[in-house]
Design a protein around this ligand. Structure first.
Ligand code: 5AD
Ligand code: SF4
Length: 476
C-alpha cells in the first residue's frame, strides 16, 4: 500500500511519500496547495519514506534541509533531479522493498539516486555493488553531513557515503518541512541503548542521544506560533529521555513543560520502553489534560521466557504491573502495543501466554509482526526457528483475538461524545476523519464544511474493531 502525503504549509508541495507507515505513523491530508513546476535550473528532490514515524520525521528534516539549500520539491519521482529513499530495515520485507524500488532506476544517469536511513546504515557499500546506479548512501546519524555530500556529488563526485555512527549530537535543522498539517513531530531522543536480541535499531541509528530541553521547547513554541496545536514527541525509547543541558529536566518535567506551551492543546509521545515507564508518567497524564490519554507500550511477548531471550529487561508480571498503574488512573488512558510472533524457540505455551496477555491488558491497538531474522543481531544465530507457516498461523490467531477485544472495547464508546481533531476527509464517502485524545480513528459526518484542523465534538454512533463512526454534534 502506498500513501502519498501532500504538504500543506508554506506551499512546500509534493516531494514526500510514505510507504507502510508502521506503528501509529502520521496521518495525512489531501488538501493540496497550488504546486509549481519550479523555475528552470532549480534542482528538485523527491523522498520516498519507508517505516516508522522517526523515518517520516527524518524525511521532513531532510526535505527542510534541501529546501534551505535552494532545492525545490518535485511533483513526482520522474521529475526529480535527486531521488531519495529513506529506508527501513526492521524486517526483511521492508529492506527488500527498497531494493525492488532501486531496481526501477537501473542504469539511471540523469538523476542522483540516494539511499538514506536504516538500510543505508546496515548495507553501506554493498548498496553500490547491488545497485551501481546509486550515488549517495547516508545513515540517519550522518544527516547533518548531507548538504556537504550533495555538494560533493554536484561538483562531479561519483559516489558519496555518510555512515558514521559515532555522533554525540542530535540531528538539528534550521528548517523542517512539516508533512502533516495538524500533527507536528518533535524528536527528543535519537538512537537506542537497549540491545533487544532481534532488533537492528541500535546498529542502524546508533547510541542514545537526548536533545536539550531548551531546543525542544523552542521548537514547540515555534510550532504553536505557526498554528500547530498537536505535538508528538518522538524517540525509539522516548521515555528514556535525559536532558543533557544544565536544566536537567526529567521526561515527566519535559512533558509538563511542552504541555504548557501556549497554543498547544495536545501532546503525544511514542515509543515508550516498559523498563523506563514509571508511575509518574501516568500521574502527569492524569493531572494534565493537554497530555493525550494514550500510551504505546510495546510488550513484544507475553512469555517471560521469551522476553528474557529477547533481552527485553522485564517480565510479564512487571509489565502487567505497569499496565495496572495505567488502569488505576482517573482518565481512561488507552494502551497500544507491538508484538512479535514466532521468535526462535517460541513454544505453543509461550504463544498462548501472549494471547492471554491480550485479554489481561485489553489493548486498544496492537501492531503485530512475524519475527524476521536480521543480520548482525544475536537472535539471528538462534537455531530453533519456527516454520513460516506456523508463524503465520500464530499471527492470524493473535490478530483475530485482538480484533474481538478491540471491537468490544470500541462498542463501549457508542453514545459517548469525543473531541476529535479533524485530520482528513474521505470525499467519496462524504466523511471526515480525525482522532480523539485516545488516538482512535473516528470517521464522522457533519453538516459543516472546512473542518480540517478543527476540534469538533463527535457523538459515536457505531463501532468497528479499527475505527469508530459518529456524527458531528453541531452545537459547538
Ligand atoms: N522481526 C519482527 N518484528 C520486529 N520488530 C523489531 N525487530 C523485529 C524483527 N526482527 C518490531 C518490534 C518493534 C517494532 C517497531 O517492530 O515489535 O517494536
Ligand atoms: Fe530495538 Fe529494543 Fe531499542 Fe526498541 S528498545 S529500538 S526494540 S533495541
Amino acid at each position: 500500500m502506498q500513501k502519498t502525503f501532500d504538504v500543506a504549509i508554506e506551499a512546500l508541495a509534493g516531494a514526500v511519500a510514505t510507504v507502510e507507515p508502521g506503528p501509529p505513523a502520521g496521518n495525512h491530508l489531501a488538501e493540496a496547495l497550488p504546486r509549481s513546476p519550479g523555475a528552470r535550473g532549480v534542482k528538485s528532490f523527491y523522498i520516498e519514506t519507508f517505516g516508522c514515524q522517526m523515518n517520516v520525521h527524518d524525511s521532513e528534516k531532510v526535505a527542510g534541509l534541501l529546501l534551505a539549500r535552494g532545492y525545490r520539491a518535485a511533483l513526482n519521482p520522474a521529475d526529480a533531479d535527486l531521488m531519495l529513499y529513506n529506508t527501513c530495515s526492521i524486517r526483511e520485507k521492508a529492506a527488500q522493498k527498497v531494493f525492488s524500488r532501486l531496481g526501477e532506476w537501473r542504469g539511471e544517469k540523469r538523476k542522483i539516486i540516494g539511499v538514506l536511513g536504516c538500510v543505508a546504515q546496515q548495507e553501506g557499500e554493498e548498496i553500490f555493488e547491488r545497485a551501481p546506479w546509486v550515488r549517495l548512501v547516508c545513515g540517519s546519524a550522518s544527516y547533518r553531513k548531507l548538504p556537504a555530500l550533495v555538494d560533493e556529488l554536484e561538483a562531479g563526485g561519483r559516489r558519496v557515503m555518510g555512515l558514521d555512527l559515532r555522533v554525540e549530537e542530535t540531528f538539528e535543522t534550521e528548517m523542517t518541512l512539516r508533512d502533516n498539517p495538524v500533527r507536528a513531530y518533535i524528536t527528543i531522543i535519537e538512537g537506542c541503548d537497549y540491545s533487544c536480541s532481534y532488533c537492528v535499531v541500535p546498529r542502524t541509528r546508533g547510541p542514545e542521544r537526548s536533545r536539550a530541553s531548551e531546543a525542544i521547547l523552542l521548537e514547540a513554541r515555534r510550532l504553536a506560533d505557526t498554528g500547530y496545536s498537536e505535538i508528538q514527541l518522538l524517540g525509539q525509547t522516548v521515555n528514556s529521555y535525559r536532558d543533557p543541558s544544565s536544566r536537567k529536566l526529567t521526561f515527566v518535567e519535559l512533558l509538563r513543560a511542552v504541555a504548557s506551551v501556549e497554543g498547544i492543546r495536545r501532546v503525544r509521545f511514542t515509543t515508550s520502553h516498559p523498563n523506563d515507564f514509571h508511575r509518574e508518567i501516568v500521574d502527569v497524564i492524569d493531572s494534565t489534560p493537554t497530555l493525550c490519554e494514550h500510551i504505546h507500550l510495546p510488550v513484544q511477548s507475553g512469555s517471560t521466557r521469551v522476553l528474557r531471550e529477547m533481552r527485553r529487561t522485564y517480565t510479564r508480571e512487571e509489565y502487567l504491573e505497569k499496565v495496572s498503574w495505567i488502569r488505576s488512573a482517573r482518565r481512561a488512558i488507552s494502551v497500544t502495543t507491538d508484538i512479535i510472533v514466532g521468535f526462535p524457540g517460541e513454544t505453543e505455551q509461550d504463544f498462548e501466554d501472549t494471547v492471554t496477555l491480550l485479554d489481561q491488558v485489553g489493548y486498544d491497538g496492537v501492531f503485530s509482526f512475524i519475527y524476521s531474522p536480521r543480520p548482525n543481531t544475536t537472535a539471528a544465530s538462534l537455531t530453533c526457528a519456527i516454520a513460516e507457516s506456523e508463524k503465520s498461523r500464530r499471527l492470524g490467531v493473535l490478530q483475530e483475538r485482538q480484533r474481538q477485544i478491540q471491537l468490544a472495547r470500541n462498542e463501549r464508546l457508542i453514545g459517548e461524545t469525543l473531541e476529535v481533531l479533524v485530520d482528513g476527509c474521505h470525499r467519496t464517502r462524504g466523511q471526515w476523519t480525525g482522532r480523539p485524545s485516545s488516538n482512535r480513528i473516528v470517521n464522522f459526518t457533519s453538516p459543516r464544511e472546512n473542518l480540517l484542523g478543527e476540534y469538533v465534538q463527535v457523538q459515536v454512533t457505531r463501532a468497528g474493531p479499527h475505527s469508530l463512526i459518529g456524527e458531528h454534534a453541531v452545537s459547538d
